[in-house]
Design a binder for this molecule. Structure first.
Ligand SMILES: C[S@@+](CC[C@H](N)C(=O)[O-])C[C@H]1O[C@@H](n2cnc3c(N)ncnc32)[C@H](O)[C@@H]1O
Length: 249
């Protein structure tokens, strides 16, 4: 956060952080494997026509568009970043798709209990308070409804300074091992918790979608360089897994 004093008033300017950077660049498919992996995951899942699906941390709505077009599903997306919400809503209008895009947090979902058949979280839960978010996701799922989460993992514990550097750059709430994630899902009440084996999981090199304005501010370049540097530095450390869990009652 940057504070400046103007006309005796303190003005707070949001510093560029990773999630703002994604929203300014209008990046769609901002999760490992991108939309290609999303398609592969969903192909392994039985989705009925008209299913109710919630995409938490929906970003620019690329997955929502795919779900509506492919499954004729009733899709709701929610994101905490107003820019992302605007972009997702614009996409629905542009592509003439019917979906409900909400502004809000996965930690306090403005949605009634037991409403959704499926909740999707694509590279979102690492950024939030996981116990709060998982309790909320559990609450809004119907009995036998399922959560599918594509989330960041590390394969072994890291020295504290590396962990702090990664957390500070991305704004992660925590950096978890696969087993830590599995424990969290179980603690939230989920059953049938497992890590999915998706064909070609790690070969998937989908290119993200960009939708940036013509005014490309210098701070975006700086952030891009930092992003490249940190990605290179930790390319053998940061990993991801696709998890599935069910609300069994
Ligand atoms: C890495 S992006 C992934 C976006 C999208 N799922 C995708 O794959 O393109 C993470 C998203 O989570 C959103 N987010 C972060 N914290 C959130 C929260 N507490 N509630 C809802 N969305 C959140 C961010 O605004 C951002 O759009």
């Amino acid at each position: 956060m940057l504070y400046i004093i103007k006309h005796k008033k303190v003005i707070i300017i949001q510093e560029m952080n990773y999630l703002n950077f994604l929203s300014k660049l209008g990046i769609g498919g901002a999760h490992p494997g991108g939309i290609e992996l999303t398609r592969d995951i969903l192909t392994c899942k039985e989705i009925n026509k008209g299913a109710t699906i919630l995409d938490v941390g929906c970003g620019t709505g690329q997955t929502i568009a795919y779900l509506v077009e492919t499954y004729d599903a009733h899709v709701t997306g929610i994101d905490i970043n107003p820019n992302m919400v605007i972009r997702a809503r614009e996409r629905m209008i542009r592509d003439d798709l019917d979906a409900n895009i909400l502004h809000g947090s996965v930690e306090a979902l403005p949605v009634e209990d037991a409403f959704f058949d499926i909740v999707l979280a694509e590279s979102v839960l690492a950024f939030v308070n996981q116990p709060k978010a998982l309790t909320e996701i559990y609450r809004v799922l119907k009995p036998n409804g399922s959560l599918i989460a594509n989330e960041l993992t590390i394969n072994e514990p890291l020295p504290q300074e590396n962990e702090q550097e990664i957390q500070a750059f991305y704004g992660f709430e925590s950096i978890l091992l696969e087993n830590d994630w599995l424990k969290l899902f179980k603690q939230a009440g989920f059953k049938n918790v497992n890590t999915l084996t998706i064909p070609n999981l790690f070969q998937n090199q989908s290119v993200p979608e960009f939708d940036f304005s013509l005014i490309f501010k210098p701070e975006l370049y700086e952030m891009m360089v930092s992003y490249y540097n940190i990605t290179m530095k930790y390319m053998n450390v940061l990993d991801y897994r696709v998890f599935a869990a069910t609300k069994v009652i």
